[in-house]
Design a protein around this ligand. Structure first.
Ligand code: DAH
Length: 368
C-alpha cells in the first residue's frame, strides 16, 4: 500500500458516509427548502416522520456512526494532509447536522400548527344551548293547589305509596268485607302490603303523628286496578284535605272548598255540594264547580251541564277519629279528596288523560 493510497482511504470513508446519509435522507429532503409543503401530512404521519428522522440522526451522527469512526482516523492521516482531512470531516458533519436540524424544525412547526388547528374553537359559532326541561302539567297544577292551601294555613303532608290494609281501609272505617273495598280494588302483594288506592291514608298518618287539631293536605299518587281509557288510568293523582279542630262544622268545609275553587278558577266560580256516601265521612257530599270555560252556560268541557265534578268530602266519621285516638266528643273535622289528573286534563284541553303518563315530550313540552 502506497502512502497516497493510505491517505485516500479515510477520505473515501467520509465520502461514502456522506453518500449513505444522502440516500437515506432523500425522503426527508422534501421537508426542507423554500418549496417544502407539509400540508398533506397528518399529525400522526408527521410524528412518525419525526421519529424516523431521530433514528437517522443516531445512525449517521451517533457514537457508532461511520462519521464518528472517520473522526478517529484524523490522527493517523499524514501530517501534511491532516488539516485538509480534518476540515472534510467537520464540513461533512455540519452538512449532515444542518440537513437533519432543518427537516426536524419543519416537522416540529407542522406538528405544532396541526395540534393548534385541531384544538381550536371557533368562537364565532353560536353556542349550543342545553335543552332545559320543565315541570310536568300535573306538577304545575299540584303546585297551584299547594300554594292556595298553604295560604289558607294548611300543612303539606307527604304520604307513602305502599300501605297496609289498616291505613288504606280499616282505620278509614272500611272493615274487611265492606263493599267499598271492591270499588277501590288495588294491587296487592302476598304480604299485608298494597299500593294505596286513595290518599285518605294520609289522614290517618297525620293524626297519629300530630294529633288534633290538624290542618293538612296530602297530594300524591294512588293506584287502582283499572283498564286505561281516555278518563281512567291505573295510576293517578289525588289531593287529600283534612281539618280537625274544636267546633268544625259542615259550613267550614263548604267555605274552604268554595274559597279554594275561587282561587283556583276565578272569583266568579260557583260550588255545589250533592249528598253522597263515603265510609270515612258522615255526612258525605260530592262537590262540583261551575265550568271555568263557559261559566255554567254549558260547553264541550262540562258536557253541556255547566258543572265539573271534582271530588268527595264530608265530616270526618267518629270511627276514624277513634281509630287514631282523637276524642270525637271534643273534636270534629271535615275531609275532602279530589283528583288532579282530570282537572289537569280539563285545564289543558286534553281529551285523553293517558297523554299525561305516556311521557312523550312532544305533548308534555307544550305546557308551561
Ligand atoms: N278517597 C276518596 C276516593 O278516592 C275521595 C274522598 C272522598 C276523600 C271523601 C275524602 C272524603 O277525604 O272525605 O274516592
Amino acid at each position: 500500500m502506497t502512502d497516497s493510497e493510505k491517505d485516500q482511504e479515510p477520505t473515501q470513508q467520509v465520502e461514502s458516509a456522506r453518500k449513505a446519509f444522502e440516500q437515506e435522507f432523500e425522503r426527508f429532503a422534501r421537508f426542507i427548502g423554500d418549496s417544502a409543503d407539509l400540508s398533506a401530512l397528518s399529525l400522526e404521519q408527521a410524528s412518525a416522520e419525526q421519529r424516523s428522522l431521530a433514528d437517522v440522526r443516531t445512525r449517521h451522527l451517533g457514537k457508532k456512526s461511520a462519521l464518528a469512526a472517520s473522526k478517529k482516523l484524523i490522527g493517523r492521516v499524514a501530517p501534511e494532509l491532516r488539516a485538509g482531512f480534518g476540515q472534510l470531516v467537520q464540513a461533512t458533519e455540519s452538512t449532515l447536522i444542518g440537513a437533519i436540524d432543518q427537516a426536524e424544525q419543519r416537522l416540529k412547526n407542522h406538528i405544532e400548527a396541526e395540534r393548534t388547528a385541531r384544538e381550536s374553537v371557533d368562537v364565532t359559532l353560536p353556542g349550543r344551548r342545553p335543552r332545559l326541561g320543565h315541570r310536568h302539567p300535573i306538577t304545575l297544577v299540584r303546585e297551584r293547589i299547594e300554594d292556595i292551601f298553604v295560604a289558607l294555613g294548611y300543612a303539606i303532608e307527604d304520604g307513602r305509596e305502599i300501605e297496609t290494609d289498616f291505613y288504606n281501609f280499616d282505620a278509614l272505617n272500611i272493615p274487611a268485607n265492606h263493599p267499598a273495598r271492591a270499588s277501590q280494588d288495588t294491587f296487592y302483594t302476598t304480604t299485608d302490603l298494597a299500593l294505596r288506592s286513595q290518599t285518605s291514608t294520609v289522614q290517618i298518618h297525620a293524626m297519629q303523628r300530630r294529633g288534633a287539631p290538624v290542618r293538612m293536605i296530602a297530594p300524591g299518587r294512588v293506584f287502582r286496578r283499572d283498564t286505561p281509557d281516555p278518563t281512567h288510568n291505573p295510576m293517578f293523582f289525588q289531593v287529600e284535605g283534612l281539618c280537625v279542630d274544636r267546633g268544625i262544622t259542615m259550613s267550614h268545609l263548604k267555605g274552604t272548598v268554595a274559597e279554594f275553587l275561587r282561587r283556583m278558577f276565578g272569583v266568579d266560580t260557583v260550588t255545589r255540594f250533592r249528598p253522597s256516601y263515603f265510609p270515612f265521612t258522615e255526612p258525605s257530599a260530592e262537590f262540583d264547580f261551575s265550568c271555568f270555560k263557559c261559566k255554567g252556560a254549558g260547553c264541550r268541557i262540562c258536557k253541556n251541564s255547566g258543572w265539573i265534578e271534582l271530588g268527595g268530602s264530608g265530616m270526618v266519621h267518629p270511627n276514624v277519629l277513634r281509630a287514631v285516638g282523637v276524642d270525637p266528643q271534643e273534636f270534629s273535622g271535615f275531609a275532602f279528596g279530589l283528583g288532579i289528573d282530570r282537572m289537569c286534563a280539563l285545564m289543558y284541553g286534553l281529551d285523553d288523560i293517558r297523554l299525561l303518563f305516556e311521557n312523550d315530550v312532544r305533548s308534555l313540552e307544550q305546557f308551561e
